[in-house]
Write a protein that binds this ligand. Structure first.
Ligand code: EPU
Length: 419
């Protein structure tokens, strides 16, 4: 298993290009199952989760062609089985996203239940309840969700809580149901909008994505198309924090400032000077140490849970005391204990981390059990004295394309070594 070694101290500077969004491309790959023809997906990031999704589709018999620019051509016409096996679902929970498309398009889906996860229990009861309301017959047998249906029938779906992949699964299923579905208390995340745009480009009739009420007029079939995935707002935010934490100055290209309000606001509070264009963001700390910020995570448009670990790292070296309150997942402070080993002054009380910034962290061997926590340890390493060795970086490779190349391009001293 590879490790990353980071020698802290250098302020970051320069320009990088932001990749396509992991959490948009995963549902879009699943939604390709809905089509009657080939779809081509562009701006696909080279990530381990994308490889896992392709393996999942490939095992079902779906045709896949990838070119040197990571454009992926998906041909669902050769599909022969409708199963997402445990060994893939356990490595990537987002595999659950094939449930809705399979049952809507092929009337059958056998998808392994994901089970618990490092950041919380993460049940999928709302995915199941919604599909049942659309007429699917669902049972759980030997750890698998078995869903069967003739044609699904549109319905009013009131979500008990805001769930991103739950909203996406139901939106995909409703796209081929007969009649209209209304999803209330829907997730408003920009990735839900990207998925709706993709389905509409295949001939779907979805309105209201990006608000809490989504209207889906089911259609008979969906055709092939070419689609470009939106930029990754979490990758963008992570590099902005990397610059802010190190007192540096960077420019991100190919990004979307319009969907990053909460994160940009927190960075301004931390003392960053931010300049925006349509598809670029420039952040300048003018060599200053950041100020602590208070953060509370919640569904979009509030502050994203996928950015809280990175801001924990920022607060760890900021001036003053900052709090991070996590309201989306019940157990997302794994990074705190590793940062404490680097000299961070953090106390966790319930779902809040109280962080008193220190002038310097010290490098240490660390590891994390989820993607964003691992990224936060890399950020902490950028400003720590000496070397930080981040283990188990397969988590990072799930969601950050070429992280060490991009950070090195910005002047960080970082290298990957096999263990
Ligand atoms: N929940 C339920 N029942 C359900 C579904 C969700 O109780 O049926 C709960 C969850 O346990 C959680 C809350 O609802 O407490 C919100 O979870 P959500 O379903 O929104 O999360 P998700 O769809 O599984 C997506 C992202 C995550 C991101 C969350 C929150 C993808 C592929 N994953 O997960 O991304 O943290 O939304 O924004 O889109 C990451 O990229 O590192 C990552 C974990």
């Amino acid at each position: 298993m590879d490790k990353l070694i980071i020698s802290g101290g250098a302020p970051l500077g320069g320009e990088i290009r932001i990749s396509g969004a992991k959490n948009a491309v995963l549902p879009i790959l699943a939604a390709a199952l809905l089509a009657d023809d080939t779809v081509t997906i562009a701006n696909v990031p080279h990530l381990h989760d994308v490889t896992t999704s392709m393996e999942l589709l490939g095992r079902m018999g779906v045709g896949l062609v990838v070119d040197e620019k990571m454009n992926i051509e998906v041909d669902p016409r050769t599909i022969s089985t409708f199963e997402a096996p445990y060994e893939l679902v356990k490595t990537m929970r987002a595999s659950i996203l094939v449930l809705g498309p399979l049952v809507a398009r092929y009337g059958a889906a056998d998808v392994s239940l994901p089970g618990g996860c490092a950041i919380g229990s993460r049940p999928v009861n709302l995915h199941v309840k919604g599909l049942q309301a659309l007429g699917a017959d669902i049972s759980v047998e030997q750890g698998y969700i078995k869903a069967r249906a003739k044609r699904l029938v549109g319905n009013r779906l009131v979500m008990d809580m805001v769930t991103v992949t739950g909203t996406e699964n139901l939106m995909m299923a409703a796209a081929l149901a007969s009649g209209e579905s209304i999803i209330e208390n829907a997730a408003r995340e920009p990735e839900v909008v990207d998925l709706a745009n993709f389905i509409n480009q295949m001939g779907g009739k979805i309105e209201g994505a990006g608000t809490d009420t989504i209207y889906v007029q089911g259609v008979e079939n969906l055709h092939g198309t070419e689609y470009r995935v939106m930029p990754d707002r979490i990758e963008s935010g992570t590099y902005l924090v990397a610059a802010a934490i190190s007192g540096g100055r960077i420019k991100l290209k190919n990004t979307r400032p319009d969907i990053m309000d909460a994160v940009l606001q927190s960075l301004r509070e931390a003392g960053a000077i931010i300049t925006l264009g349509d598809d670029w963001i420039e952040l300048d700390m003018e060599g200053r140490r950041p100020r602590s910020v208070d953060i509370r995570t919640a569904p979009y448009p509030a502050f994203p849970t996928d950015m809280q670990a990175q801001f924990t790292a920022l607060n760890a070296v900021a001036e003053g005391v900052g709090t991070i309150t996590e309201t989306v997942f019940e157990n997302r402070f794994m990074h705190v204990h590793e940062m404490q080993r680097m000299g961070a002054d953090v106390r966790v009380e319930g779902n809040t981390a109280i962080i008193r910034g220190v002038k310097r962290l010290t490098g240490a061997p660390v590891m994390a059990t989820d993607l964003r926590a691992s990224a936060s340890l890399v950020l902490a390493g950028l400003v720590a004295e000496g070397d930080t060795v981040v283990d188990r970086i397969y988590h990072i490779d799930r969601g950050y394309e070429c992280i060490e190349e991009k950070l090195a391009q910005l002047g960080a001293k970082i290298r990957r070594v096999p263990s």
